[in-house]
Design a protein around this ligand. Structure first.
Ligand code: SF4
Length: 436
């Protein structure tokens, strides 16, 4: 598929889903953005910038908002983070830039960096302006990138800026990986993810969708290109390994989220149990509530203090009416033609069993590592081992980044990995040419 085709036009349109998954935080308008930008102290040693994995120059982009230079602000953001629009919506800023803002030390509300960033980026997108980068002259070098998630997209952008051809191969029909298919719609609408990615075609990034790269195809791409980037994400969601798991009505969080985002799933049954207590579990539980379930439980085998979901996600789920059961382990899923109940055993009081009447069970207990592609590369705990500064793997021609190397972190971490790898690939190729 060439860059001539609009990704946005390929996006499924489901007004009912959009209405149910309205924005969690309304965007700033100019009247709100200017005073907020003027609150910033423009710290010289900006801790907000250090806390950002992609090191966006936060005081600089905020200052440009304050002086009404919105294109300049967007350029500052894009310079550091090509997915600056989606990161402004999905980053856990409470534990990154906003958590590091000096205002916290003075017991004042931190600068609303994410909303300012979103304001700058959305104004930029609405203006219809092209990406403010011109690729360097063609070097004749080419890189194949496997997977169209945030890591590959960021890597491809860096390569194109250096005049290196970047072709992305993706098994799904649309680009973006979890940004498109796995982030709750009220945080990042699918169409917004596509709008941002479409801009990469302007600088010559090429995409091939519905293209599953197996070992044989990878060997061919290896022959035809000067380097390979693996942005292959994680593998399947873990299973519970309990009887009844094959019953209709048992699904996993990623399928549930992708299902409603693509419009294939518009409703869920009245009683839903989500197993797990990470951020994806929260997204799935809130989705179930918004898709019509009246009774949504999150069941977790440990306590409230152990859950990996961020505190603000937990609070959000409670506000949406999600109930939590702590220290319980699912032991069986009961039902006939479909799920009828989830059997739970208490881990606090051994021998105590309860039955939760449910019509749907959603598994959100983590994902395994990708296997079956480039298994010969050195790995650590199943993750592809890379040089963290350059993204280079144990095969010097292969680079990697994102979830397949870090076990599943934030979108912004994947962008940072991809960016480092793009720069790393260019440096490696340059050194190779110089030594040839
Ligand atoms: Fe502005 Fe806060 Fe960053 Fe200082 S730490 S530059 S006040 S956003």
């Amino acid at each position: 598929m060439s860059g001539q085709i609009s990704f946005v036009q390929l996006a499924p349109v489901h007004p009912e889903i959009s209405a149910r998954f309205e924005d969690l935080h309304p965007p700033f308008d100019r009247q709100a953005a200017l005073p907020e930008a003027n609150r910033c102290l423009y710290c010289f040693d900006a801790p907000c910038t250090s806390a950002c994995p992609t090191h966006i120059d936060v005081p600089r982009f905020i200052k440009k908002i304050a002086s009404d230079n919105l294109p300049g602000s967007a350029r500052t953001i894009l310079d550091a983070n090509i997915l600056g629009a989606s990161c402004s919506r999905v980053c856990p800023v409470e534990v990154l830039c906003e958590g590091a803002c000096v205002m916290n030390r003075y017991n004042k509300q931190p600068i609303q960096i994410a909303r300012l960033q979103r304001f700058a980026m959305e104004t930029f997108h609405a203006s219809g302006a092209p990406l403010p980068f011109t690729p360097a002259p063609d070097t004749g070098l080419s890189v194949a990138l496997i997977g169209a998630g945030p890591a590959s997209l960021a890597c491809a952008a860096e390569l194109r800026r250096r005049g290196i051809r970047a072709t992305i191969y993706e098994a799904h029909p649309l680009p973006g990986g979890l940004n498109t298919y796995g982030v709750a719609e009220y945080k990042l609408p699918l169409v917004e993810s596509l709008r941002e990615i479409e801009m990469l075609t302007q600088i010559g990034v090429e995409f091939h969708f519905k293209t599953f790269v197996d070992q044989a195809m990878l060997a061919q791409l290896d022959q035809d290109n000067d380097a390979i980037f693996l942005g292959i994400g994680l593998g399947d969601i873990h299973r519970l390994g309990v009887p009844g798991e094959e019953l209709p009505g048992v699904t996993n969080a990623l399928d549930l989220i992708a299902g409603y985002k693509s419009g294939e799933l518009t409703t869920v049954p009245p009683r839903v149990a989500v197993v797990g207590a990470g951020n994806t579990a929260i997204d799935a539980a809130v989705a179930a509530a918004r898709l019509g379930a009246q009774d949504v439980h999150i069941v977790y085998r440990r306590g409230e203090e152990h859950m990996s979901a961020f505190n603000f996600e937990y609070e959000h789920a409670r506000l949406e009416g999600v109930k939590f059961l702590w220290w319980v382990q699912p032991t069986r899923i009961l039902g006939g033609d479909s799920v009828e109940a989830l059997e739970l055993t208490s881990l606090e009081q051994p021998g105590q069993e309860t039955r939760l009447t449910v019509d749907m069970v959603v598994l959100a207990i983590g994902q395994g590592n990708q296997a079956g592609l480039s298994d010969e590369l050195q790995r650590e705990r199943g993750r592809i081992l890379i040089d963290r500064a350059t993204g280079q793997t144990s095969n010097p021609k292969f680079f990697s980044g994102g979830d397949c190397t870090n076990g599943g972190r934030e979108v912004v971490d994947a962008v940072a990995d991809g960016k480092r790898a793009g720069i790393g690939i260019a440096a490696w190729l340059e050194a190779k040419l110089a030594g040839a």
